[in-house]
Design a protein around this ligand. Structure first.
Ligand SMILES: [Zn+2]
Length: 494
């Protein structure tokens, strides 16, 4: 079956620059492997050769170099015999062509091919996200010839312990630690937990891959195998900074800050603690990133003395200083902190990045930093939340989220360290206006049912009344995908 192939060009950049040429040659090699050396492929656009007078024209995407060769063959055959365009629904993420059309014929209604590979594989291979680009490039560089193998073989490799370990190591050449028992409670009855509909943002983890284990003894969900403690910093490189460019003064304008991911969680935290703290409260935001929370806190409570700490915040030091916030670069757990000196310590979306052995040390550290009666607010995705489960949100950040937590795991830790619970609430960032998660699901969820459910949710959330009603429900039932907990340091008896 002959067809003319072209691909839509889009610049693909990594930290070293444009890597389009490398991806282009991998795509071409894959195409020639399955469609013969004579298969002609050219970029779309002005320099593309003229379409044949008659015949099948296939347009591939440079962002989908690991196309499904069986799907493509079938689409070409249908197109050639039916002489009409062929569309496909249900193909595994990043494996379908952009279009298969018939040149020379009249415009005919498309043949609609339903393909169930996403139902079977539940995977995302498209390299339109930086993390997936990193994994793809590491995969073909460390396993030469991988891109010429049939898709089923590539997915079998990715589902094998070796392939899954490769993704969990973030494509780095690091031997992983494997747990035989739960690192929290020692129970050795572990079961695999997997997403049903959506896919981890990093992609490259098909349905059969095993990466999160659940301990029935304590409800901890943890990556297994996992990066060794000393190597965890490798997860935070250039590819981790999706969509963020250098932070500038404009990003701190109040309107711009409303677009920060966890803006609503920050607001909620300030609502909860504002009245409980003195007018000159000292606050410390651990893992504060660019310092968004501290700037919001300082704006709302100008008398507060706010500091923001992260591994490296030198790039925002001056910007934060101008806004009255002190930025400090340090390793939170290993640095010495003054005792009894803060009224408020916050930690948004940080605890899930720590291995549980380290997480257990956090509580006592924070307790020591707080003044008697001081407050600790943290937020983290909640494995027990219906919102987190319905959207597969809990699984989205493999391998950066080393654990997926819940109240049964955390409560004993904070209680043992001398905290009492003041408030526990929840919100879901996914339900924010314009977040786009349901639009993604409408295209990439594993089953036809789930794709349609996501399309309905996407439509509903565009209606402000429906969104408000959902937020009202979340507020009333204190539910949502991320729990936001406020704790108070219990005064020493002595
Ligand atoms: Zn356990």
């Amino acid at each position: 079956m002959q067809a003319s192939f072209r691909y839509r060009r889009g610049p693909i950049r990594d930290h070293q620059g444009d890597v389009s040429a490398e991806v282009e040659s991998l795509l071409t090699e894959r195409l020639r492997t399955f469609f013969g050396d004579e298969a002609a492929i050219a970029p779309d656009g002005p320099e593309a050769p003229d379409a044949p007078a008659e015949g099948v024209v296939v347009t591939l995407a440079l962002e989908r170099p690991l196309f499904d060769e069986q799907l493509l063959r079938q689409m070409i055959e249908i197109c050639a015999t039916q002489r009409r365009p062929v569309t496909v629904e249900g193909a595994a993420g990043g494996t379908a062509p952009l279009s298969v059309t018939w040149a020379g014929g009249a415009e005919a209604a498309p043949f609609q091919l339903l393909w169930e590979s996403q139902f079977e594989q539940n995977v995302q291979l498209e390299i339109n996200r930086l993390k997936r680009l990193k994994i793809f490039l590491a995969l073909v560089r460390r396993h030469p010839g991988m891109h010429r193998r049939p898709l089923a073989e590539i997915l079998d490799f990715l589902a094998s312990p070796e392939g899954t370990g490769f993704v969990l190591a973030y494509g780095e050449d690091v031997p992983l630690d494997r747990y035989a028992a739960c690192p929290n409670c020692g129970n050795d009855v572990l079961t695999a937990v997997r997403p049903g509909n959506s896919q981890p943002r990093i992609g490259y983890l098909p349905r059969a891959a095993r990466y999160y284990d659940h301990c029935g003894g304590c409800n901890l969900v943890f990556l297994n195998p996992v990066m060794p403690e000393g190597e965890l910093h490798r997860l935070y490189d250039w590819y981790d900074k999706e969509g963020t460019t250098d932070v500038t003064a404009a990003d701190f304008e109040p309107e711009a800050m409303r677009r920060v991911s966890y803006y609503q969680n920050f607001e909620m935290a300030l609502d909860k603690v504002g009245d409980r703290l003195p007018a000159d409260a000292r606050t410390l935001d651990l893992g504060g990133g660019a310092g968004w929370f501290s700037v919001m806190a300082k704006r709302r409570f100008p008398g507060w003395q706010c500091s923001s700490v992260d591994f490296d915040c030198r790039h925002v030091e001056a910007l934060l200083a101008e806004r009255g916030v002190e930025a400090r670069s340090m390793d939170i757990l290993n640095a010495a902190h003054p005792r009894d000196s803060y009224d408020l310590v916050t930690m948004f979306e940080v605890v899930e990045h720590l291995r549980v052995e380290r997480l257990k040390l956090i509580w006592a550290k924070v307790r020591d930093m707080l003044k008697p009666g001081g407050l600790f607010v943290f937020s983290t995705p909640d494995f027990d939340s219906d919102y987190a489960r319905a959207t597969d949100f809990w699984v989205a950040y493999v391998p950066h989220h080393v654990t997926v937590l819940s109240a049964p795991v955390l409560q004993p830790m904070w209680e043992a360290a001398g905290f009492e619970e003041v408030d526990r609430d929840a919100r879901s960032l996914l339900f924010r206006e314009g977040y786009g998660d349901f639009a993604y699901g409408a295209r990439h969820h594993a089953s036809m049912a789930a794709r349609s459910e996501a399309a309905i949710m996407d439509g509903l959330l565009r209606l402000s009344d429906a969104r408000r009603a959902l937020y009202g429900l979340m507020e009333e039932t204190r539910s949502g995908g991320e729990m936001i907990v406020t704790l108070r340091k219990i005064e020493d008896e002595s």
